[in-house]
Ligand binder design. Structure first.
Ligand code: ADP
Ligand code: MG
Length: 919
C-alpha cells in the first residue's frame, strides 16, 4: 500500500496538529475522523457518544459540534452495461479501501494516489447505508433546530440523482435520500404542535424556477443581513402531512422539471435541483411547578424553562453535472448554458477553495448557487457532501477533479447555529403575574390577621372593664346593706339596754318602802324571767346576725371567685393576643423570605436572559466559549460537556466538573426526568469512566449500578450506547467484571444488543462482553446467561468494528478455556463450539479487516490447543484455516503457535492426511 508522504494525501488536514495521528494506516477501532473530539479510553477509543450510524459523516454533531467540518463521502457507481463491454479489458480507475476510508486513484499501471474521505461507499453500498452515513446525521441536526445541507457533486451519469432523488416506489430499498429524510422527519414530529413544509426549485442559467408551480419563473433570493439566513419568499411552500403527499410532490416537481427542460431544450443534468424542507418544532417549557402555587418552593426557579421553538432547515441539492464543457461538445446556446452552469458550479468551487484556505474573501455573491448555499458552506449549517464517481478509466480526468473537489470541501469548517428561540417574554410575564398574585395574597392575609387581633383585644378589654364595674357595684351594695343592718341592731340593743337600766332603777325604790324581801323575791323573779326572755331574744338576733354575716361573707367569696375567674379569662385573652402577635411576626418573616425568593427569581431570570444574549453574541461572533464552572452552571456544563477545542481541555473540564459538582450529584442526574439531562449526564459519566483513576470512585458511588439500571429502564438508544460504552470501560478491571456479572450485567447487555439498531451501540455492548470474556472465573456464568449467544447475535449488523469486538470476545474466551484445559480443570468440548461459534469463526478467519482476522486467528489457535475440540474443528473446516495461519499469518507468534499445534496433535495430523494436506 502506498503510504509515503508523497503519494498519500489526506483531506482531513484540520488545523489541529493532533490530526496527524489520524493519518496512520493502522487505526483498528477508531473511526472518529476528528481526533480533537475523540474520547480517550483504553479498550474503546472514541467510546462513541454518537447518535447516528457508523462512521457517520455528522460526527461533529454530538461533539457539541461547533464548529463542524463539512463531511464528505465518496460513492462509486457500479459499471453500467456499456462500460462492462467497452472497459472489459481495463481495470477500474479507482480502487476503494472502505475499511480505512481510502480511495486509490490509479495514475497508470504502476502508480496511484491515495485519498482519505469521511466515508468511502463502494459500488455495493445500499441506498439505506448511504442515507445513514451521509444524510441521517444532518436530518437529526435539523430536527434539533440546526440548518442542514446534503448535496451531491459529480459528473453526469455517476449517480447524483440516484443517490438523492430516487422515489423507490416499486422497490422501497431503492429509495433515495430525499424520501428517506422525509420519512425520518415525519416519524419524529408531532402532528399537533410541529410543522413540516417544503419548497422544490430548479436553478438553471442563473434563474430560479419553482418546480411546484411552473408559472413562478424567476424567484429572488433574500438574505437576512442580521442572521445571514437565506430565504426564497417567492417560492411555493407546501405543508407536508404524510409521506404519500411528499412523494406526490417530488413526482410533480420532476414532471415540471422535465417539461421546463424540454421547453428550454436542455437536460436536467445541466440544472441544479434544490429541495428545501422547513421543520418547526415546539418544546414545552416545564412550568408545572409554578402553576401549582406552592408559593415557597426554593427549587422553583431551577425548573423554570421557557417554551422553545426550534426551526431547522434541510436543503438537499442535486447539483448539475460537473463535467467540463470542452468534453460535452457544446456550442452556441449550449455553450452559454454550459458557462452558466459552470458559473454557479465554478463559483461553488472557488468559495470552497477560499473557505478551505481560510481566505479572508469568499466570493459568495458571484453566483445564485453560492448565495443560496451561503449558510451551507462555511455558514451555520451542518453539511454533508457526497461526491459521485464512475469506475471508467476513460473518465479518469473528471473523476480526479471530482475527488479533488471533495478533498477541498473536507477542509471547510462550518459554524453551527442552533435555531432556537427562548420565549423569555412569556416567561417574564408569567413570573410577573405569579409575583403579583403572591404579593396580593400575602397582603390580604396580613390584613385579616390584624383585624382579628384588634377585634379580640377590644372584646377582652370590654369584658374586663364590665366585670370590674359589676364587681365594684355589688361590693358597695353589700357593704352598705351590712352596715345598715349592723347599725340597726346596735341601735336596738342600745335601746333595750336603756330600758333595762330604767326598769332596774324603779324596782329598787319600791322595795325599800315595802316588804323588801318578798317584793324583792317576787320582783326578782319577774326581772329574771324578763331577762331570760331578753337573753333568748338577743340570742336569736345574734344568730340571725351571724347568719347574715355568713351570707355576706359568702357573697364576698362568690364575688372574689368571680373576680378571679375574670382575671383568668383576662390572662387567657392576653395569651391569645401574644399568640396572635407571634403569628403576625412569623407571617412577616415568611413575607421577607418570599420577597427574598422573588428577588432570586428575578436575578435568575436576568441571568438566563444575560446568558442567552451572551450565547447569541458568541455564536454571532462565530465562537463558543466554555461556560465557567460553578455548581449552578452544572446543568449548562452537563448539557455541553465537550465544549472545548482539545481533548485535553475537555478532559480537564470534565475533571473540573467532577471536582466542583461531585460524583454523587452527577450520578443523581442519571435519573433525571429530562431525557436530555440524562443523556448528557451519562456522557459525563462515560467520559469519567474512560479514566482509570475515576473508575473505582464511580463504582464505589454506585455508578455501575446506575449505568446498568439505564440499560434496563431507558428506551433511548443514545443512552444505551453511552452507558454500554461506560460499562465497557469499567469492565476492564477484574473486580468490576465480577460486579457486572453479579448485577445481571450479561442479561442487560444481551437485551441491549438485541434491540440496538446503531452499530455504535453494538460495538460498545460487544466491547463490554468481550472484556468479560477474558475473566477465567466468569466463564460458566457468562455462557450460562447467554453471553456467547448475544455476542454471536451481534454479527448480524456486519459492521467491521462490531465484528472486531465480537472476535476479540471469542478470542478472550478461547484463551481462558485453553488455559483451563492446560491446567487440567477443563476436559469437555469448548463452550464456544457448543454455542455454535465455529461456523462464523471459520467464515471470517481470513477477513480482510485485520483486527477481526487477528482475533479470530488467535481464537482458532486457542481452540486447537485442546484435543477434544479437534474433531469438530476438522469437520467445521477450521483445519484449513489453521494450516493457512501456520503458513501465512503476519504475526510470527500466532504462526508458530498454529504450526506447533498442528504438528503435535494426532487428530489434526490424521485429519490432514485424510484431506490430502501435505504438511
Ligand atoms: P446523475 O444524476 O449523476 O447524472 P443518475 O443518478 O441519473 O446520475 O445515474 C445515471 C445512471 O446510473 C442511472 O441509470 C442510474 O440508475 C445508474 N446508477 C447510478 N448510481 C447507481 C448505483 N449506485 N447503483 C446502480 N445504478 C446506479
Ligand atoms: Mg441527475
Amino acid at each position: 500500500m502506498a503510504t509515503t508522504a508523497g503519494v498519500y494525501r489526506n483531506g482531513n488536514h484540520s488545523r489541529n496538529s493532533q490530526s496527524t495521528n489520524n493519518n496512520k494506516v493502522e487505526k483498528p477501532l477508531s473511526f472518529n475522523p476528528n481526533p480533537k473530539n475523540s474520547l480517550k479510553s483504553k479498550s474503546l477509543p472514541g467510546s462513541g457518544l454518537r447518535r447516528s450510524a457508523p462512521s457517520s459523516l455528522g460526527t461533529a454533531k454530538d461533539d457539541t459540534g461547533v464548529p463542524g467540518r463539512v463531511r464528505v463521502a465518496v460513492r462509486l457507481r457500479p459499471r453500467n452495461e456499456e462500460e462492462m463491454v467497452a472497459d472489459a479489458d481495463f481495470a477500474d480507475c479507482v480502487e476503494l479501501l472502505p475499511e480505512v476510508k481510502r480511495l486509490k486513484l490509479r495514475k497508470n499501471n504502476w502508480d496511484s494516489d491515495t485519498y482519505e474521505f469521511d466515508e468511502v461507499l463502494t459500488e455495493f453500498a445500499s441506498q439505506k447505508r448511504v442515507y445513514e452515513v451521509v444524510a441521517k446525521p444532518v436530518v437529526e441536526s435539523v430536527m434539533d433546530g440546526y440548518n442542514g445541507t446534503v448535496m451531491a457533486y459529480g459528473q453526469t451519469g455517476t449517480g447524483k440523482t440516484y443517490t438523492l432523488g430516487r422515489l423507490g416506489e416499486e422497490d422501497t430499498s431503492a429509495r433515495g435520500i430525499m424520501v428517506r429524510a422525509m420519512e425520518d422527519i415525519l416519524a419524529d414530529v408531532s402532528q399537533e404542535t410541529d410543522s413540516v413544509s417544503v419548497s422544490y426549485l430548479q436553478l438553471y442559467m442563473e434563474t430560479i424556477q419553482d418546480l411546484l408551480d411552473p408559472t413562478n419563473g424567476n424567484i429572488s433570493i433574500v438574505e437576512d443581513p442580521k442572521s445571514g439566513d437565506v430565504s426564497l419568499p417567492g417560492a411555493s411552500v407546501v405543508e407536508i402531512r404524510n409521506q404519500k403527499s411528499f412523494v406526490e410532490l417530488l413526482r410533480l416537481g420532476e414532471a415540471h422539471r422535465f417539461a421546463a427542460n424540454t421547453k428550454l431544450n436542455t437536460e436536467s443534468s445541466r440544472s441544479h435541483a434544490i429541495l428545501m424542507v422547513h421543520v418547526k418544532r415546539s418544546f414545552k417549557g416545564r412550568d408545572s411547578i409554578l402553576s401549582s402555587e406552592t408559593g415557597n418552593n426554593p427549587h422553583m426557579a431551577k425548573s423554570l424553562k421557557p417554551p422553545i421553538i426550534r426551526k431547522g432547515k434541510l436543503v438537499v441539492v442535486d447539483l448539475a453535472g460537473s463535467e467540463r464543457i470542452d468534453k460535452s461538445g457544446s456550442g452556441g446556446h449550449a455553450l452559454e448554458e454550459a458557462k452558466s452552469i459552470n458559473l454557479s458550479l465554478s463559483a461553488l468551487g472557488k468559495c470552497i477553495n477560499a473557505l478551505a484556505e481560510n481566505s479572508s474573501h469568499v466570493p459568495i455573491r458571484d453566483s445564485k448557487l453560492t448565495r443560496l448555499l451561503r449558510d451551507s458552506f462555511g455558514g451555520s449549517a451542518r453539511t454533508s457532501l457526497v461526491i459521485t464517481i464512475g469506475p471508467s478509466p476513460r473518465h479518469r480526468g473528471e473523476t480526479a477533479s471530482t475527488i479533488m473537489f471533495g478533498q477541498r470541501a473536507m477542509k471547510v469548517e462550518n459554524m453551527l447555529k442552533l435555531k432556537e428561540e427562548f420565549d423569555y417574554k412569556s416567561l417574564s410575564r408569567r413570573l410577573d403575574i405569579q409575583l403579583e398574585k403572591l404579593i396580593a395574597e400575602h397582603e390580604k392575609q396580613q390584613k385579616a390577621f390584624e383585624n382579628e387581633i384588634e377585634r379580640v383585644t377590644t372584646e377582652a378589654k370590654l369584658q374586663i372593664s364590665e366585670s370590674e364595674r359589676t364587681y365594684a357595684v355589688e361590693l358597695e351594695k353589700e357593704r352598705l346593706n351590712n352596715q345598715k343592718e349592723y347599725m340597726e341592731s346596735i341601735k336596738k340593743l342600745e335601746e333595750k339596754w336603756m330600758m333595762n337600766q330604767q326598769k332596774h332603777a324603779g324596782g329598787e325604790n319600791i322595795a325599800g318602802l315595802k316588804d323588801e324581801s318578798s317584793n324583792w323575791i317576787s320582783n326578782g323573779e319577774d326581772s329574771r324571767v324578763a331577762n331570760m326572755e331578753e337573753l333568748s331574744e338577743m340570742k336569736t338576733k345574734l344568730q340571725k346576725e351571724t347568719l347574715l354575716r355568713k351570707a355576706a361573707e359568702e357573697e364576698v367569696n362568690k364575688l372574689k371567685s368571680q373576680l378571679a375567674e375574670l382575671k383568668k379569662s383576662e390572662a387567657s385573652a392576653k395569651s391569645d393576643i401574644s399568640k396572635l402577635q407571634k403569628k403576625l411576626e412569623d407571617e412577616a418573616c415568611q413575607k421577607e423570605k418570599l420577597e427574598g425568593e422573588i428577588a432570586t427569581l428575578q436575578s435568575q431570570l436576568l441571568q438566563i436572559s444575560f446568558e442567552a444574549d451572551e450565547t447569541a453574541r458568541r455564536i454571532d461572533k462565530g465562537w463558543y466559549e466554555k461556560v465557567p464552572g460553578s455548581l449552578d452552571s452544572l446543568m449548562l456544563q452537563v448539557r455541553q460537556p465537550q465544549n472545548n477545542d482539545s481533548g485535553n481541555g475537555e478532559k480537564a473540564s470534565i475533571a473540573k466538573l467532577f471536582e466542583q459538582v461531585g460524583l454523587q450529584r452527577i450520578l443523581s442526574l442519571l435519573e433525571a426526568e429530562d431525557v436530555d439531562v440524562r443523556i448528557h449526564a451519562v456522557k459525563v459519566v462515560a467520559n469519567l469512566a474512560a479514566e482509570e483513576t475515576n473508575q473505582e470512585k464511580i463504582v464505589e458511588a454506585g455508578g455501575l449500578k446506575s449505568l446498568l439500571m439505564l440499560l434496563r429502564s431507558s428506551k433511548d438508544e443514545t443512552i444505551h450506547r453511552v452507558a454500554a460504552g461506560a460499562i465497557a470501560n469499567l469492565a476492564m478491571s477484574e473486580t468490576n467484571q465480577e460486579l457486572i456479572m453479579a448485577q445481571g450485567g450479561i442479561r442487560l447487555l444481551s437485551m441491549t444488543a438485541g434491540s440496538a439498531k446503531d452499530p455504535q451501540t453494538l460495538r460498545m455492548v460487544a466491547g463490554a462482553i468481550a472484556n468479560l470474556c477474558g475473566n477465567d472465573k466468569l466463564q460458566m456464568k457468562l455462557r450460562g446467561e447467554g453471553g456467547i449467544k448475544a455476542l454471536l447475535g451481534m454479527v448480524r449488523c456486519g459492521h467491521p468494528d462490531v465484528l472486531a469486538q465480537v472476535a476479540r470476545g471469542i478470542a478472550n474466551f478461547a484463551k481462558c478455556e485453553s488455559r483451563a484445559s492446560t491446567q487440567g480443570t477443563k476436559n469437555e468440548r469448548s463452550l464456544l463450539i457448543e454455542d455454535g461459534v465455529l461456523p462464523w469463526i471459520v467464515q471470517n478467519a481470513n477477513n480482510e479487516a485485520s483486527p477481526i482476522r487477528r482475533h479470530i486467528e488467535l481464537a482458532l489457535c486457542h481452540l486447537a490447543q485442546h484435543e477434544v475440540n479437534a474433531k469438530d474443528m476438522i469437520s467445521g473446516g477450521a483445519l484449513w484455516e489453521l494450516v493457512r495461519i501456520s503458513r501465512d499469518c503476519s504475526r510470527e507468534d500466532i504462526r508458530t503457535l498454529a504450526h506447533r499445534t498442528l504438528t503435535c496433535s494426532p487428530t489434526f495430523q490424521a485429519g490432514m492426511s485424510r484431506l490430502g494436506i501435505d504438511y
